[in-house]
Design a protein around this ligand. Sequence first.
Ligand SMILES: O=C(O)CCC(=O)C(=O)O
Length: 167
Amino acid sequence: MHVRMLCLGRHWNAKTYQYQATRADFDGLPVLPLPADMRDLAQEIAATAGMPIEPDLCLINYYEGDGRMGLHQDKDEGAASIAAGIPVVSVSIGDTARFLFGGLRRRDPVEAMPLESGAAFVFGGPARLRYHGVSRIVPCTAPPELGITGRFNLTFRQSDEACRALS
Ligand SMILES: O=C(O)CCC(=O)C(=O)O
């Protein structure tokens, strides 16, 4: 993983791979809240794909020109969330990414697709644990009106903490 990360709602601890209420592996401060309008946007996107979600957290990754993320599964949200196939909702802003989407096993074939600024990508249900990653960032492809270099990727998720609060 070669990105900078900010978490909203719940903090993903990069040392323990667990979600926490404080940024224990960074500065110990409480995690910033997930704004309601961001949560609503994620729900609208997921609904378009026919998948309900009550997101309680968002990971914001910032990729510079040499940013990348190796193939991995998103499986730290908890057994209940994953078993229910609650999706991950991804929104891309800025430079285009070469996004890799594989299968349920690491060695499965991988499809590469561009995720341009404004793209939304939802994977849930039987696809929830598909391997995915970013092999490269295509420089200078961000819409000029954004005035940014690099790429922001926002992934909204529902952790088991949220599942428990809803039940
Ligand atoms: O940047 C992306 O499109 C993928 C991000 C990702 O895989 C993750 O945050 O787990």
